[in-house]
Design a protein around this ligand. Sequence first.
Ligand SMILES: Cc1cc2nc3c(=O)[nH]c(=O)nc-3n(C[C@H](O)[C@H](O)[C@H](O)COP(=O)(O)O)c2cc1C
Length: 240
Amino acid sequence: MRKATALREASSITGRATVGFLATALFLNAALSWGQEKASQPSRALGEVILPPPQTKGGLSLDEALARRRSIRQFTSQPLTLAEIGQLLWAAQGITEPNKGLRTSPSAGAMFPLEIYLLAPDGIFHYVPKGHRLERLGNEDKRRALAGGPSGASYLREAAVDIVVTGIVARTTVKFRADESTRYMQFEAGHVTQNVLLEATALGLGAVCVGGMSDAKVRQIIPLAAGEESLYIIPVGRPR
Ligand SMILES: Cc1cc2nc3c(=O)[nH]c(=O)nc-3n(C[C@H](O)[C@H](O)[C@H](O)COP(=O)(O)O)c2cc1C
């Protein structure tokens, strides 16, 4: 894991990439990538963002991140950089072994039932591990809607991004019994979430894992596939 200061320097080299940068990056990438997406499969995506390559050396030690991690529920209004967003999503599900597509988080039978979404000020995005990229699914800021309006959970509204972990258990039942598969998928959501919490800590950001959320509300906001269910939400931002 890498020190927040070093990462911020790297971001400034790439042009002070903030979440607002997503719009520009999408504009530049859409023309190149969209034809390919459409040719391979019917897609929900309105465009895509290639994330900066993850940093895999140096920085905060794992022990330091473990010692420092705390649930943070109050955030400043400062956005995250694109490099920080990329690093968080890589920690969640980034590919670390290209031959089999193995990832930063373990998965029972390597069936990978989980999907990761990002609610940011400028839209809704889906993380695609292959190619370390984001697909845009919507243009609106849905953090407030996820929180349940102005009186809802303030951490979901105020976080720079809300990371939503979902799962499709049918991917795991190909290999395991139904009861095992449900359990494994939930374990995996825990692995992913802990990775994100530790990465946030290593980047000097604040985060909390939220299990008390409404699957119905997530469904109203994110176009989930049939059989896909929401499992965890991780608001992440700069600690206030
Ligand atoms: C399964 C699970 C669900 C949680 N759900 C919520 C939640 O809905 N809202 C919240 O504010 N914190 C939630 N938390 C965070 C806990 O409140 C927090 O981990 C606990 O108070 C210990 O504090 P620490 O994380 O700083 O060590 C959840 C934690 C876990 C493990």
